[in-house]
Design a protein around this ligand. Structure first.
Ligand SMILES: [Cu+2]
Length: 196
């Protein structure tokens, strides 16, 4: 009995150790361990801002900021998300100038700088739009692990199926973690403030 019990203990022990290693590696690579920053998501980018001027990761240096990928023709998810981001920016009050929010299009063929500027006039002015040529946008999508695909419609038009993640970037421009908007704007604002 004693050997059987110890055998079970060893098996359980090995399992727990395996689980701990797995969890450790998982937390490490996803960047959740001790506030570590994940380097596997994101990368430098050079795009065109909604004002027609170049915009890059360097533009936001010194500020924590949010990045959201979407497109202006989006019927529901994008406007909702941009509205929620606007609420967070408002909740920041004066501190909103020490943060930023970037809306990168996944539909650069239709989303020219002018189209984005017009569209973003509906939201908080701290939201900045960015577009670029298709190749550049696709590269940024790959770096941020964004899924985006054209979905043709019957009338010859198309919509974009796309992933909907809000990226929290620290003031060095490194990806920290996905940002949760499903809470009170003041709570989201408090999280953003911690990174200022
Ligand atoms: Cu959308």
């Amino acid at each position: 009995m004693a050997t059987r019990a110890s055998h079970i203990l060893i098996v359980v022990g090995a399992f727990v150790a395996g689980l701990a290693i797995f969890l450790g590696v998982f937390l490490y690579t996803t960047g959740y361990l001790g506030g570590r920053v994940s380097s596997s998501v994101g990368g430098p980018y050079e795009l065109v801002g909604d004002n027609g001027k170049p915009i890059s990761n360097a533009t936001f240096k010194g500020k924590p900021y949010l990045i959201y990928f979407g497109y202006t023709h989006c019927p529901d998810v994008c406007p909702t998300t941009l509205f929620e981001i606007s609420q967070v920016m408002k909740a920041l009050g004066k501190d909103a100038d020490r943060a930023a929010a970037l809306f990168i299009t996944v539909d650069p063929e239709r989303d020219t700088p002018a189209v984005m500027k017009d569209y973003l006039a509906n939201f908080d002015p701290h939201l900045v739009g960015a577009t670029g040529d298709l190749k550049t946008i696709e590269k940024v999508e790959r770096e941020f692990r964004v899924y985006a695909k054209k979905a043709p419609e019957k009338n010859g038009d198309y919509s974009m199926n796309h992933s909907s993640v809000i990226y929290l970037m620290d003031k060095q421009g490194r990806f920290v973690a996905p940002f949760n908007l499903k809470r009170k704007p003041a709570e989201s604002a408090a999280v953003l403030r911690k990174y200022m």
